[in-house]
Design a protein around this ligand. Sequence first.
Ligand code: PLP
Length: 389
Amino acid sequence: MPADFPIARRMHDIQPFRAMRILVRASELQAQGEDVIHMEVGEPDFPTPPPICEAGARFIATGNVRYSGAAGIPRLREAIARFYHDRFGVDVAPERIIVTNGASGALMLALGVTTNPGDEWLIPDPSYPSNRHFVRAFEGTARSMPVDAATAFQPTLAQVEAAWTPNTRGLMVATPSNPTGTLLSADEVSKLNAAVRQRGGIMLVDEIYQGLTYGVADHTALARHDDVFVVNSFSKFFGMTGWRLGWLVAPSCHVGEVEKLAQHFFISPSTPAQHAALAAFEPATLALLEERRSIFRDRRDLLLPALQELGMRIETEPQGAFYIYADVSALADNAEELAARLLEEAFVATTPGADFGHHRANEHLRIAYTTSHQRLEEAVERMRRILHR
Ligand SMILES: Cc1ncc(COP(=O)(O)O)c(C=O)c1O
């Protein structure tokens, strides 16, 4: 490529996923015959539930695989609305639900219809890495709010009020959060939204890990607010990462704008995935997903004390998703080096905190319990040998 070949300025600010680099290295080690335990990737290890696969296959067999409307097939939008009603007792008009290619597509649409060049979005640090890159891609500025275990790695009202400037467009939160697995309560969401709305801003609540909570009931911001953007997905609870399907619930006044942008960005979400997802809400599928949730919970309960025993500090119990964000500062000076050592010497893949921001990133590892009980026990044993030799 010639040196003067133009690359947009924004690309200098957009970093790759470190987790992906680790995945590549882990795959190299596997190709050399090593037995790598994967605790770095943010996707369930379970296969897509059979009723979903069967519904997708039946649709593909018709051969009638064409575009749908940009906001998705009406039956799926209605099914999602029914899901909100049945699970949370919340009425959401199907017209406000835009089916997207994963939560990623939903985030792009929400930011695309709200962000002017120079607008600031308040984003907790640590948080899901793509958020700040999406904001940058729309010429906005991601403004980090450092969060710690003391506030369950979630922003406080005082923090949001202090960070707000005339250029602030909105606040992005995720509950449960990636990488910390910690939650905001319904009251906390309400307080934050009140402060944001009072300042003329917008709150975006990423509920992609909804359904994956342990010992606490999950909730949706939609129960109390119709002026927030809510992002969700079939990737995590429903076990459909590779199908690339999610949804956005937009405030009514934004729906037309979101649909317009969706038409141009994506034309339509994948139609096989949409027809498959119709089976996601069937009782048999939901029962299977509940079983999986209890397996995740058991894994968390196994791993949490085991990591603490290894010398990792986890001051706030993660109550959702499938991650533990462990403070490893008592074990190593640099979490990234520790992650490399664990991978190269123990063949245990984890993700260093640096993927998720800057605040005390070098003191943390994200450890995903997306592998079996037996493999988790094996991983802990291997880590013990490296850390305590
Ligand atoms: C908090 C959060 N939001 C959004 C996404 C994007 O998910 P997808 O596009 O697969 O639905 C992820 C993926 O890990 C995530 O953790």
